[in-house]
Design a protein around this ligand. Sequence first.
Ligand SMILES: Nc1ncnc2c1ncn2[C@@H]1O[C@H](COP(=O)(O)OP(=O)(O)OP(=O)(O)O)[C@@H](O)[C@H]1O
Ligand SMILES: [Mg+2]
Length: 449
Amino acid sequence: MKRLLVVDDDARMRRVLEILARRIGLDCTAAAGAEEALGSFRAERSDLVVTDLKMPGKSGIDFLRELREIDGEVPVIVLTAHGTVATAVEAMKLGAIDYLQKPFDVDALEAVIRRALDLSRFRLENRFLREQTGGGARLGELIGGSAAMAPVLELIRQVAPTRSSVLITGETGTGKELVARAIHELSPRRDKLFVPLNCTAIPFELLESELFGHVRGAFSGAQADRVGKLQAADEGTLFLDEIGDMDVRLQAKLLRVLQEGVIEPLGTNRRIPIDVRVVSSTNRDIEKALREGGFREDLYFRLNVFHVRLPPLRDRAEDVVPLAEAFLAEFARQLGKPGLRLAPEAAAALRAYAWPGNVRELRNLMERAAVLCRGEIVWPALAGSSLLAAAEPQRAGPDRLNLEPALRDLERRLILDALAASDDDKLAAAELLGIGERTLWTKLKKHGI
Ligand SMILES: Nc1ncnc2c1ncn2[C@@H]1O[C@H](COP(=O)(O)OP(=O)(O)OP(=O)(O)O)[C@@H](O)[C@H]1O
Ligand SMILES: [Mg+2]
């Protein structure tokens, strides 16, 4: 039988929770304060902890901090008095997975507890998965072995299984949507829908009905019932892309939904309870929008429980080649061109480039290169000639005048150029170079081409 540990200084509340635990089929231990709870947790581990935040003596936050030293993973639900959401947010940062505001109804608490128990099973599976895949440089489809990405991937791993809102910021093409999907896939919600909604350039009325849904006749043009994205994402994840562009009036409505967990489709007064996890993104300077009043502060705090900041690609140079190789392999598969690979010169050129369009630009470039390339190697010329020009290798240092390496270098480059010019046809390239095909093959081998 699974064990629930309840921590609350209010005897009535402990009683309610004990009854509820019995109903769910849990073994329940109750403690009136933090010290007592820590003692009994040390004596016997629980599978789930429900704790009040405001207690005489040690607070719920301090309790949580000490509990985390004993056990980094046990799911914790916090109960908080009305109007202390800030503390609840602090608790979420310490790894609480959910919070309920008092007074709450028992059914809501039961739902939260059941979800948490699912989660502890899910975490075990996840840990298993992580051990299998080795963690580290990859997270699902996300590639990121660079130093700049390590803390980002770690944060994603930590927040994904929770219910907390996540705000993802970063320049265009840095992978915000991919991260949002990874968060969904690594959460217990992965069997439900991931529903993206782009808030840019959609007029207020249209976005409103996209979000909330409407019934036929709710406004002129509403010819049929329509389920809103919020409802479609019930038990799943709603991804609000470019949230910084959302109309301020809609921000107010969205905030209410997030607080109450209820939507009212347009043209109805039905109230439909929903359970969505919201992940949002923006490449606008949202902090500036906040200062200037273009974005509601209260909504910002709701959406920004965790903040994933994606660094631009130029700050993660170590990732460029692994990304390029992964994209190349992907397009090679699609195009039926097995064995496509990057020439070292191409790799060097890619590394030296500044990538204003970030990962998307790199991906598009590799797609073009894969389509154009007929041989087995992506020549720098195919990987974008402007790139190559930018990264022409510069010889420097004391060996600059040494003839041997300079000649080898020149020979290599002439061979590569000839191959590029002849579409990788060896005989034609040999002719261009004025040497025999057999000699060319020997030189290719020598240069590792
Ligand atoms: N770390 C990564 N590993 C593998 N692929 C990536 C990574 N980051 C981004 N990509 C790929 O790059 C492309 C752009 O990513 P995405 O659409 O998520 O960017 P974005 O930040 O949402 O851009 P925008 O701000 O323009 O909407 C996608 O094809 C995505 O799969
Ligand atoms: Mg995007």
